[in-house]
Design a protein around this ligand. Structure first.
Ligand SMILES: [Fe+2]
Length: 224
């Protein structure tokens, strides 16, 4: 199996399990998530996107230092595209604020903070590994975005416009996903990187699952 198929199958399975076992996804699809919980989720998405953009810049610089022109160009392109997108996440936060009528202090979630640090250490060792993070983020958004937005609007009665950042990404990242199989072939030797990419993907899934669980625990204190 090529690396693209291996990774996408793992993320497909992860998403199915998330809907069955993760309290946040269970709440979204059963119509019980509260706007206050979504607000904490969205606050973290904004923060994590900003961190991701900084990591892209680090990966670009690290690639440049290694004289890797292909990866330098790849990360530079990703950086220039992504740096405009944080504004979408910030706009979502403004919309959810209108619904909750509150501006809570949203601490960056520890699972996401750990993930940022983990990848930055990896970038120092070998910036190619950060590609696995971008792939997880985009592929997961594509497979989950539209369905989650539909449930948020129709089951939870929260306007889907509050997660415009996610649905817009789900749409535009579809095109990135189509390029991934080719990008992997152009940029890395699949067999050399197979284990490292799978490890990084598994790590992303574990941290994202923890992040969503943590959000639902905040709710008990903040909303109750
Ligand atoms: Fe983006």
């Amino acid at each position: 199996m090529d690396l693209y198929s291996d990774i996408t199958q793992r993320i497909d399975t992860f998403y199915k399990e998330l809907k069955q076992n993760n309290p946040l996804f269970i709440a979204i699809f059963s119509g019980t998530i509260k706007p206050e919980q979504l607000q904490f989720f969205l606050g973290n998405i904004t923060h994590n996107m900003a961190q991701g953009i900084e990591s892209l810049a680090m990966a670009k610089n690290a690639s440049q230092q290694r004289g890797d022109t292909k990866f330098t160009e790849y990360y530079a392109n990703r950086f220039h595209e992504e740096c405009h997108h944080v504004a979408w996440a910030e706009a979502d936060e403004e919309k959810i604020k209108e619904i909750t009528q509150s501006t809570p202090d949203i601490e960056p979630d520890s699972a996401l903070v750990d993930m940022t640090h983990w990848f930055r250490e990896k970038i120092k060792e070998d910036p190619a590994i950060f590609m696995a993070y971008s792939f997880f983020a985009e592929y997961f958004t594509v497979i989950s975005g539209e369905e989650s937005a539909h449930a948020i609007e129709n089951k939870c009665q929260i306007p889907a416009s509050c997660i415009n950042n996610i649905t817009t990404h789900a749409e535009i990242d579809k095109h990135h996903i189509e390029d991934w199989r080719e990008d992997i072939k152009q940029l890395i030797d699949e067999e050399t990187y197979r284990d490292a990419f799978i490890q990084a993907t598994e790590y992303c899934m574990q941290q994202y699952d923890s992040f969503c669980r943590n959000i639902m625990e905040i709710e008990i204190e903040a909303v109750a």
